[in-house]
Design a protein around this ligand. Structure first.
Ligand code: 6PG
Length: 477
């Protein structure tokens, strides 16, 4: 029997869809699931793709069915289960075999797994896969980390199943060990910021102007035809258009305002803080989800304080809608600039040489943050590879100059009306701090020196590093 080109363990929703995608693109695949019935069911439902699938009941049969060196995708819940699966597989594998973790793993776990396999002849790939269920089935964006040689073994299969943008596969090898999972984590951090900013603008329309879901669907639908064109704006229109089958009301109005989170946003923030790179819009988005989950506390606080009575200081109409659109666009630039800055720092920190234009390129289709905008980022990083930050590239500085006044108007107006816009406001103050040559940290330095004699550098370069602070100085040393 012809051997499989690749194997896959874990026929949950994502695994099953990925396996069907692999088979559909003409690659023979062996599949295994801990519960055998699931394997049978999957095979029974595979229809015309059955002749590309080898269903296996035991790990021995599964491993034997794959052409060596064997690439094996592990698509199970992130965390300990992955380690257990690796240990279970190891005795059956031979030199050069590649275990591929395609879940949303923390890249630090991926690095540790990589290290643990160092003295064996086995290797590991940490593979970020974005696009949800639909993407897995018809074309995800794939971010690969591992040795370049191991990528070569799987490149053909992976590029065949990846989403395509103008014919280019949205799949690439991004660097050694944890590089793929790190980039996927930052993708998700940006996804959090993108979603939060959309939710904030939705809040201005709903709570500032009393717009209905249907009215807002039209607004987002219009924006999707312009510079904000993206998957997340597209689904926002669809979400706002959907009706609840039980009450008949707009579906979105029937959903509890408590957002879930599985960790990737938080990891993005932790890593950015570790490296000293500000990612304030992403931080604000993660914090907003945490605050959203404190529903009881928020309701109690509303009883004490009520809501701000001032109304949004502008009237509804085309000018306001243009401002909101441009504000969202400027905020988005801030969030992406931060995400890319974090990746750039990580690239040095972990010795990855992350290719920024390639990352932007493979995010143009397939993934959750896919958009036209990422094509502009691809071009900006290709033309200005050494730019310190996305916002100083010629194309993006022009876009920001055009959209920033709107972001400022929207943020100040929303704050005046008591409408929370934490991610948009963070993007704005990030930019206002970033473009200010003389900031206010001289005050921080003076205070540090006052209470702790921590020293400072002088603007004139003179060799005097402490202040003449007088009485009380050194109190906190
Ligand atoms: C993707 C998504 C996917 C998943 C997130 C959601 O790129 O396909 O990001 O990975 O939907 O894990 O994360 P939260 O549950 O944390 O929102």
């Amino acid at each position: 029997m012809e051997q499989a080109e690749i194997g896959l363990i874990g026929l949950g929703v994502m695994g099953a869809n990925l396996a069907l995608n692999i088979a559909e693109k003409g690659n023979k695949i062996a599949v295994f699931n801990r519960t055998v019935e699931k394997t049978h069911e999957f095979f029974k439902d595979a229809g015309a793709l059955k002749d590309k699938i080898i269903p296996c009941e035991t790990i021995e049969d599964f491993v034997a069915a794959i052409r060596p060196p064997r690439p094996i995708i592990i698509m199970i819940k992130a965390g300990e289960a992955v380690d257990q699966q690796i240990e279970h597989l190891k005795p059956y594998l031979s030199s050069g075999d590649i275990m591929i973790d395609a879940g949303n793993a923390n890249f630090r776990d991926t690095m540790a797994r990589f290290d643990r396999l160092k003295d064996t002849e086995l290797t590991f790939i940490g593979m970020g896969v974005s696009g949800g269920e639909e993407g897995a089935r018809h074309g995800p964006s794939i971010m690969v980390g591992g040795t370049e040689a191991s990528y070569k073994r799987v490149e053909k299969v992976l590029t065949s199943i990846a989403a395509k943008y103008d014919g280019d596969p949205c799949c690439a090898w991004l660097g050694e060990n944890g590089a793929g999972h790190f980039v996927k984590t930052i993708h998700n951090g940006i996804e959090y910021a993108d979603m939060q900013m959309i939710a904030e603008i939705y809040g201005v329309l709903r709570d500032g102007f009393g717009k209905t879901a249907g009215e807002m669907a039209d607004v987002f639908g219009d924006w999707n035809k312009g510079r904000l064109n993206s998957y997340l704006i597209e689904i926002t229109e669809k979400v706002l258009s959907a009706a609840d089958p039980i009450s008949g009301k707009p579906m979105v109005d029937m959903i509890l305002d408590k957002a879930g989170q599985k960790g990737t946003g938080k990891w993005s923030v932790i890593e950015s803080q570790q490296m000293g790179i500000p990612a304030t819009a992403i931080e604000a988005a993660v914090a907003a989800r945490s605050l959203s989950s404190m529903k009881g506390e928020r309701e109690a606080a509303e009883k004490i304080f009520g809501l701000e009575s001032a109304s949004y200081p502008a009237s509804y109409g085309p000018d306001l809608l243009k401002d909101l659109e441009l504000a969202l666009f400027a905020g988005k630039i801030g969030a992406y600039a931060q995400g890319f800055a974090v990746m750039s720092a990580a690239s040095k920190e972990f010795d990855w040489s992350l290719p920024m234009p390639v990352i932007a390129k493979i995010w143009r289709a397939g993934c959750i943050i896919r958009s036209q905008f990422l094509d502009e980022i691809t071009k900006a990083f290709t033309e200005t590879p050494d730019a310190a930050n996305l916002v100083v590239t010629p194309a993006f500085s022009d876009m920001l100059k055009e959209s920033l006044p709107s972001l400022r108007r929207v943020v100040t107006a929303a704050l005046a009306a008591g409408l929370p816009v934490p991610a948009l406001a963070s993007a704005l103050t990030y930019f206002d701090s970033y473009r200010r040559g003389r900031g206010t940290a001289n005050m921080i330095q003076a205070q540090r020196d006052f209470f702790g004699a921590h020293g400072f550098d002088r603007v004139d370069g003179a060799d005097s590093h402490h202040g003449p602070w007088g009485s009380g100085a050194g109190a906190g040393a």
